[in-house]
Design a protein around this ligand. Sequence first.
Ligand SMILES: Cc1ncc(COP(=O)(O)O)c(C=O)c1O
Length: 451
Amino acid sequence: MSSHDSRPSNVFYRKLTRSYPRIVRGAGCWLYDADGRSYLDAVGGAFVVNVGHGVREIADAVGRQAERLAYVNGTAFTNDPVEELAAEIARRSPGDLELVYPLSSGSEAVEAALKLARQFWVETGQPARHKIIALSPAYHGNTLLALSASAREHYQTYFRDWLVEIVRAPAPYAYRCECRGVAPLCPSCSGEAVEAAMVRAGPETVAAVLAEPVGGSSTGASVPAPDYWRRIRAACDRHGVLLVADEVLTGAGRTGTWSALEPYGVVPDIMTLGKGIAGGYVPLSAVVAPRRLADALARGSGALLHAQTFSHHATLCAAGVATLRYLRQHALIERCATMGPTFHQRLAGLRELPCVGDIRGRGLLAGVEFVADLGTRAPFPRAARFAEAFASAALDVGLVVWPNVGQADGINGDLALLAPPFIVTDDEIDLIVQRFGEALRATVERIGAVA
Ligand SMILES: Cc1ncc(COP(=O)(O)O)c(C=O)c1O
């Protein structure tokens, strides 16, 4: 267990059996390690660094706020940055989503959103509504309620006894369903499966449907059909269920619009944001909710019972304000929208390479699914560790990607996700594609795969 520079380390690393390059600087889409190697960050760290590394305006805003007022407790006080952040997010949010509860991580935001849904029903006289419907595959975080909602077998392995029951519906994952995304759509891709799950569970016992509007790492950026979300919204309305859109990964512009739900013309009852809203400069997330939900709590117990020390944090919120202003001033979400088609067009060239089963996504979010058999779409056996081998080969050629596994059947399945900063240039896109190809050829050679 060590970093690459071989000094003994006290860090409890995320992976205990490998060594890590020590990154000392970032600029734009690039990272630089202590040995002087550079890496093209094609996934913004973890779908986070949407504005690029090394933005002075955001760093300065964090420094100024930390000096003036780093922190006050959110139970006793409000502060300028939290007011400004809430106004910035409310301005961009659809429909009646206008109240913003800032936290730090996406997992916390998901937990708080689900608690808000549950508390709302208890306080408005429908305490039977406690069930959560979530899609499979899906990812919503790693704290225990968020992990329960995440259909991710391997993360749950040691903790099943601690998790709560979640009602599952199959995710709209066209590459791996009966209809393959072609009309007439199967129940998973049309959204019918979600309403069917609601009906089976007993709608009067369902508190919320929780879902990623465009798939994140779990379905490798699968984009639901144009009518999908209208159908889910209608089902929620019919059965009085709250729709919680988890936009932790897709929000703040990643798919070319502020929220991934926006092009579907659908407004959720609660939205979660995270990752990109502070561009990685600080950890910041948020629950965005309508006044009608908060008012119900105000008339009852008087508060959402989800207090955390670092909610409404002045310095974190200042970073969020600076990031959102930077996005606006430099028209970066618009840039993400215009670069998206170029990005996907160039990535399409990778279909010629071995083992590439599918490439999909929207805006500057893309998933590349690797398969052992292009015809049957059979995944590699997990023992081959294809996605991990690919991510490691990519790092060797100076490319950072996000690997994901298990999406095919809970255990097998290999994906590489790409999500470059919105400032990515044409030349950098070409370099991403070139290095991706090099890494894939090296992986195929190493594993001896030939699909
Ligand atoms: C859709 C979605 N929700 C929630 C989370 C959890 O966020 P965090 O890792 O910040 O807790 C993630 C993280 O990848 C995510 O992609």
